[in-house]
Structures are given as structure tokens and as C-alpha cells.
Design a protein around this ligand. Structure first.
Ligand code: ARG
Length: 498
């Protein structure tokens, strides 16, 4: 808002760009253009970036060692106070929500605290490369956190699989009885989706891991900056190649938002299965009361609301992804203010996905599996019809002919209301002279599973191989590389709303 001198202020601080203006914007305009609600959660990385920038400026003789020390001490004091929520005198200290953005707030607070050196921190820098830096630094942290959660989820699934290598469950195609598998095989199928998700975000990490700072507003700087040194201080693997591209680029958010959509889609599909597996008709799974809800009118109800909410939130995540792609599609190079909208969409998608991963994991970890019901489900429905055909194939009959023989037996079973294993042997003899009495032993659901030892199959030996490779993945990703200080970053954001 404009103060009595017509200077544009954000509460007690003038906007960084006020010098050229005689008049301040309308209060509603300030309210409309601020991004601080979204970018305040990047306060810690903004400070980290400014500390690195001051070190680079000093190394390049653009500021003195004393000035660098003053800037670093000032920034560290802001960091300490933000983490504590109090300043050194014990007064409440929070991000000033009337500031234009987190960069303005931290620079203005720094100058309040350390005076003249504070005015040098923005030397050779623009908020255009600064926001790209903050986003990339914060996104690297977010990717690590999400990967950790995915690995923990895979671990829970692998534990369930290890205990259920012999637990039979009907497999479906078109939601019709198909062939029997095991709970271990099914749960490993979920685990592989999340394995690919973890792999995908690790791959995206490589493209996020390039330092944008030094790109300036769009054309770097005439001052002798050292981008490589600053990249090293911020622990990037390298620097971006083109300054114009650097400040125009939000591919990292679009890419990871696509990955997030994929994760949420995977969760949603598994949740769909949990929803119908928990119906009275299926009764394969009994969700813990901690992860179920009741009805305000129907006293008997125990509803799978958490699975439904995860499924429901998928639309939100896709919406955020589409919002990001749409926001970018018409923008000329380089920076356009439209891009400020990126954080609200990306953070909403990220927060939704990471909380869904956690909730899904706990819901599944605490669920009870009704093994008898699942095994019973493998008995009706002619799930062993393919195995009857395969029996004849093993005796030399062409598969297409064998398929017809088995289909004929299924037809007789339907007419006599009997399962294939209940048909009289005379029916088998009529169908093909190749049948012998061992057919009955070979088409039990257990045998139908155990005979499928092909790589990737449901036999316990084949599933054990899947479990082993998933376990290898888990142990090579037991990430303690997300340090506790980084965990604290999110506290500032959470504390803010307390
Ligand atoms: N708040 C802005 C954003 O999030 C920071 C960059 C502002 N740059 C500018 N030229 N106004 O994108």
C-alpha cells in the first residue's frame, strides 16, 4: 500500500522496486499480486541462496569480507528466528504476509538488521533467477522427501507380500474371474508401480539439479559473477546453459507435477480395489477402525472413506498439473508474472500426493486380510480353465484345439452347476482321450499358482525374486540424506498457521 509519502510499502517495508514510482498501487492491487502466502515456505532456501550469493560476491571482490560477514550473520539470525518463531528478545517473529514475496521480506528484514551491507545482497541478481533458485532448491528437498515416503510405502507392501506368498486370491480381467494369483503377487504389483514412481522422480531430480542463479533478470550480468562457484555452494551438480531459458523455464514443475499425477493415479487404482474388496460381497479386506469412518444415520456402517478420498483427490492433482501446463503454454520468453501462479498449483499437488502416500501406507499396513474368503474366491468361476487347456498342450494338442476342449468342459460345468474339478471323469474322457485322472490334482488353485514359475509369475519362488529385488531397492535407498534441518523447513510453514 502507499504510505503518506506516496511510497509503495509492504507494511513497514518499501517494495524493492518503488524508486521509479510516484504513486503506490491500490491496496487491493498489492493483495492481488503478492505471492508470499505460497512462497513463504521457501524461506529457508531463500536464505541459503542469499548466503551463497554473498560468498560468491565476496570471492569476486564485489563486496568486502566484512560486508559478507554482516550479510551472513544477519541472514542466519533471520533463519534462527523464523525456526523459533521468536526474535532474540522473545517477541513473535513470523513471515510478514503483507510483503510482496519471500525475497522482498528477507532482503528488507536483513537491511533492517544489518544496515548498508544488506543493500548489497541483491548485487548482480534478479528475483527472476532468485525464484528459480528457490524453487529448484526446495524441489530437490521435496523430491527427496517424497522418495523417502515412496520407499517406506514399498517397504510396507513388501512386508505384506513376504507374509502372503501362499495366500491365494482370485485374479481378475474385466473385473471377471480370470486366473488365481496370490496376495503377495498382487501387492507386489502395487509395489512395482510405486517403484517406477520413485525411479521417475529420481530421474527428474537430475534436471532439477542445475543452478539457475546468475541468469539475472534474463541476460546474466555485466558484473564478474561466478555462477559455477555459487552452484557448488548450493550443492548443484552444474549450472544451466542459457540465461534466457533459465528464467523462462518451469519444466521442472511441469515434469514433477506429471510424475505426481502418475503417483496419485496409482494410489487411486489401488484404493479402488480396496473400496470393493472391503464390501460385504467381496470381504477380502478389513480396514482398521483407525482408517475407516461411520455414518451419521446408519449405525452399522464402516466406510472406506480414506481410500475414497485418495481416489477423489486425484482430480485435484490432475487439475494442478493441467493448470501448470496451461499457465505456461502461451508465455513468450523470458520471465512473465503469470509464472508466479506455479507455486500454488505445484504445492497443492505435492501436498496432496505426499499425504496420500502416507495415508495409503498406514491404511494398508493396518488392514486385516481375510485369507479364507480370498482362497474361497479362487474356487468358483472356472479360474482354472486355462490350466485345463495347458494340460492338453503339454500332451501335444495345439493350444487353439485345447482351448475349445476346455471351453466345452466349462459349458458342461455351467449346465451341471459344477466346478471343473467336480466334473465326473467320464466328461473329461469324452472331451479328449488325452485326459488322465491326474487332471484333478493339476487344476487346484494352489497348483495353478505354483506352476507359474515363469519370471514375473505368481508362484511363490517367482514372487520371492520380486521381493528380493524390491528389498534391494529399499536398502539402496534407505535415505538418511534428508537431514533433520531440512525437515524443520516445513515446520516454519506449519507453525505459521498455528
Ligand atoms: N514472486 C515472483 C514469482 O513467484 C518472484 C519473481 C518476481 N519477478 C518479477 N519480475 N516481478 O514468480
Amino acid at each position: 500500500m502507499a504510505n503518506s509519502h506516496g511510497t509503495i510499502t509492504t507494511d513497514n517495508h518499501a517494495a524493492l522496486w518503488h524508486g521509479r514510482f510516484l504513486e503506490g498501487p491500490d491496496a487491493a492491487a498489492v493483495n492481488f499480486e503478492t505471492s508470499i502466502n505460497d512462497d513463504m515456505r521457501m524461506a529457508m532456501v531463500d536464505i541459503q541462496g542469499s548466503i551463497a550469493h554473498a560468498k560468491m560476491l565476496c570471492k569476486q571482490n564485489l563486496i568486502s569480507k566484512d560486508e559478507m560477514d554482516a550479510i551472513i550473520n544477519g541472514l542466519n539470525s533471520i533463519k534462527t528466528d523464523l525456526l523459533k518463531g521468536k526474535d532474540k528478545n522473545g517477541n513473535p517473529f513470523k513471515v510478514d504476509l503483507s510483503a510482496e514475496d519471500i525475497h522482498s521480506f528477507i532482503e528488507a528484514t536483513l537491511t533492517d538488521r544489518v544496515g548498508e551491507p544488506g543493500k548489497k545482497v541483491h548485487t548482480g541478481r534478479s528475483r527472476n533467477d532468485q525464484i528459480a533458485l528457490d524453487e529448484r532448491l526446495y524441489l530437490k528437498h521435496q523430491i527427496k522427501m517424497l522418495k523417502k515416503e515412496l520407499v517406506q510405502l514399498i517397504n510396507v507392501l513388501v512386508n505384506i507380500a513376504s507374509e502372503n506368498k501362499d495366500t491365494l486370491i482370485p485374479g481378475f480381467t474385466h473385473m471377471q474371474h480370470a486366473q488365481p494369483v496370490t496376495l503377495a503377487h498382487h501387492v507386489c504389483a502395487w509395489a512395482w508401480m510405486f517403484y517406477r514412481d520413485a525411479d521417475r522422480i529420481s530421474d527428474a531430480f537430475k534436471r532439477v539439479d542445475l543452478s539457475p542463479i546468475g541468469a539475472g533478470a534474463l541476460a546474466t550480468s555485466g558484473l564478474p559473477l561466478n555462477r559455477e562457484f555459487e552452484a557448488e555452494l548450493n550443492e548443484f551438480s552444474g549450472v544451466t546453459a542459457n540465461s534466457l531459458d533459465t528464467v523462462s523455464d518451469r519444466d521442472y514443475y511441469l515434469e514433477v507435477a506429471s510424475d505426481l499425477s502418475m503417483i496419485q493415479m496409482h494410489l487411486s487404482r489401488a484404493c479402488e480395489e480396496i473400496v470393493y474388496w472391503s464390501t460385504t460381497e467381496f470381504n477380502f479386506i478389513d480396514l482398521s477402525e483407525k482408517w475407516s469412518t461411520g455414518s451419521s444415520i446408519m449405525p452399522q456402517k464402516k466406510n472406506p472413506d480414506f481410500a475414497e478420498l485418495i481416489r477423489g483427490k486425484t482430480g485435484r492433482v490432475y487439475g494442478d498439473m493441467v493448470a501448470l501446463f496451461t499457465m505456461m503454454k502461451g508465455l513468450p520468453l523470458s520471465y512473465d508474472r503469470d509464472m508466479q501462479e506455479d507455486k500454488a498449483s505445484f504445492f497443492e499437488a505435492y501436498d496432496t500426493v505426499i499425504s496420500s502416500v502416507r495415508i495409503f501406507r498406514e491404511m494398508v499396513r493396518t488392514a486385516k486380510w481375510n485369507k479364507d474368503v480370498m482362497a474361497k474366491g479362487c474356487e468358483g468361476g472356472y479360474l482354472n480353465a486355462t490350466d485345463v487347456a495347458d494340460y492338453l498342450v503339454r500332451k501335444g494338442l495345439p493350444f487353439r484345439t485345447a482351448h475349445g476342449v476346455s471351453a466345452g468342459l466349462v459349458r458342461i460345468g455351467i449346465e451341471q452347476n459344477l466346478k471343473l474339478e467336480e466334473l465326473d471323469f467320464s466328461e473329461y474322457e469324452k472331451a479328449s482321450p488325452l485326459f488322465e485322472k491326474d487332471i484333478y490334482d493339476l487344476i487346484t488353485p494352489k497348483n495353478c499358482v505354483e506352476i507359474r514359475t515363469v519370471t514375473g509369475g505368481p508362484a511363490s519362488s517367482a514372487v520371492q525374486k520380486q521381493i528380493d529385488s524390491l528389498k534391494n531397492f529399499i536398502s539402496s535407498n534407505k535415505s538418511d540424506d534428508v537431514d533433520s534441518e531440512e525437515d524443520d523447513w516445513d515446520l516454519i510453514f506449519e507453525n505459521y498457521y498455528k
